[in-house]
Design a protein around this ligand. Structure first.
Ligand code: COA
Length: 423
């Protein structure tokens, strides 16, 4: 049994943010029916293709465990199919540009009238306000949500991060909203609208920077690299690799850093383990020296302290350094490359990195469900081919009779007849 067995999702999502959400719900057991435009499908099927005419990794890695039905939702017969799906499903998830679903004729009022129990969940770039009509992609959200202005080094431009906090982060927020709405529906019997704006999702993840914005009014941010010699303006500056919390940290070079771009370790000078740190790096005198012994005394000298620690880390490779530091409970983390992560056996063992087989692509690696539940274990099933389940959904989910299916097929609303995948 899976946690969301019996929940049926009408998945109108595309690209990354929405599909992240519905993939998570599918991993927890929901039956996710992905609606795609006949002949075209989710645009990511054809984006960043590494193998010609084969669904891209972009698509396959975001659409596991779903079924695909092709329907032209602007065609009158297509609308009939969508209406029947709305009446059958528990949740509609969409991340179209603002107004697109309304233009199709599926406003909240219409959806609610068709199925009062339906939860209608949406991702947009912005909430109500000056930018509410804008189309938004990942990096726009990172910039508007406060991530870019606080990422990078003080003497460089704002930077976006590789973690897809705008897209996947917002999908994750939406999944929580949907599950809460399903829970509330148990009591009320009614659905509701659930909305997450990507700007809001990113800001939620940048909460500590809004904290620092307010701390700035009361003096310099003493854990930031700008302290004590640099200057602070009236907005939170970029903090380089400084730790976002109360324990100072920095990225330090390890052995072979000259040739290996990932020969680095993140090192945290956690106060309770200051004495072992001094012993490990060969500075036992710092344990009692009043200029170094207490955290407050160290703050103005963090650059010098990390430079000294780096002299030690540069004599070890990142895994050796990790082994030594872990013996003393000194918090640290190797900078792992994607190659190292892909090859890491422990991530395979937990199902966090999985190998999936696909009928036209063959085997590929993906990220499995990072949320582990003891009584709802996720298995990662390959993404659907375009329209692979159109026939079975019309027949088995909507229970349309053969004459009605033939009529819909003849109308062109579901595209050319599709074949099941040869597996
Ligand atoms: N049948 C018929 N038409 C369909 C269809 C179907 N099955 N599925 C989609 N369409 C139509 C839509 O109705 C829309 O038509 P319209 O503009 O005439 O109303 C059209 O396809 C394009 O949809 P849109 O969402 O505007 O796609 P886009 O490629 O132009 O924009 C985004 C992409 C991501 C920028 C935009 O969808 C967006 O801003 N989404 C919200 C924020 C978001 O999730 N961004 C992150 C993406 S990872």
């Amino acid at each position: 049994m899976k946690a969301l067995d019996g929940v049926r999702i009408l998945d109108f999502t595309h690209v990354q943010s929405g599909p992240t959400c519905t993939q998570l719900l599918a991993w927890f057991g929901a039956d996710v029916i992905k609606v795609e435009r006949p002949g075209v499908g989710d645009i990511t099927r054809g984006q960043l293709q590494d193998i010609p005419k084969v669904d891209s990794l972009y698509f396959t890695m975001l659409n596991h465990n779903k079924r695909s039905i092709t329907v032209d939702s602007k065609h009158p017969k297509g609308k009939e199919v969508i209406e029947a799906l709305i009446q059958t499903c528990d949740v509609l998830v969409e991340n179209f540009a603002p107004g697109a679903l309304d233009r199709m004729g599926f406003t909240w009022e219409r959806v609610h009238a068709l199925n009062p129990r339906m939860i209608m969940a949406s991702i947009k770039g912005f909430g109500p306000g000056p930018y509410e009509d804008c189309k938004v992609y990942e990096n726009v959200a990172q910039c508007a949500g406060g991530s870019a202005s606080t990422t990078g080094f003080d003497d460089g431009p704002p930077l976006v991060t590789g973690a897809q906090i705008g897209d996947s982060g917002t999908g994750l927020h939406l999944a929580l909203g949907i599950v809460c709405a399903l829970f509330q529906r148990n009591a009320t019997g009614l659905g509701q609208k659930v909305s997450v704006a990507m700007q809001d999702g990113v800001l939620n993840l940048c909460r500590v920077k809004l904290r620092d914005q307010q701390r700035l009014a009361h003096g310099p941010l003493t854990e930031y690299p700008q302290y004590p010699h640099g200057t602070f303006g009236d907005a939170v500056p970029r903090a380089g690799n400084a730790s976002g919390g109360g324990q100072p940290g920095w990225i330090l070079k390890c052995k072979d850093w000259e040739t290996d771009p990932n020969a680095y370790i993140y090192f945290i000078c956690q106060a309770p383990v200051w004495e072992p740190i001094c012993d490990v790096i060969g500075k036992p005198e710092w344990k009692t020296d009043p200029g170094y012994a207490k955290p407050a005394a160290r703050l103005p000298k963090l650059k010098e302290i990390f430079d000294t620690i780096e002299h030690w880390t540069m004599t070890k490779d990142k895994f050796e350094a990790m082994d030594i530091l872990n013996k003393y409970d000194i918090p640290c983390g190797p900078i792992l490359s994607m190659k190292e992560i892909a090859e890491e056996q422990s991530l395979r063992d937990t199902g966090t990195v999985v190998e999936v087989d696909h009928p036209t692509r063959g085997k590929y690696l993906s990220v499995g469900n990072p949320i582990k539940m003891s009584a709802s274990v996720s298995e990662v099933k390959r993404s659907p081919l375009l329209g692979e389940h159109t026939g079975e959904i019309l027949r088995d989910v909507l229970r349309f009779d053969p004459a009605r299916i033939a009529e819909i097929e003849a109308s062109g609303a579901i595209g050319a007849p599709t074949r099941a995948a040869a597996e």
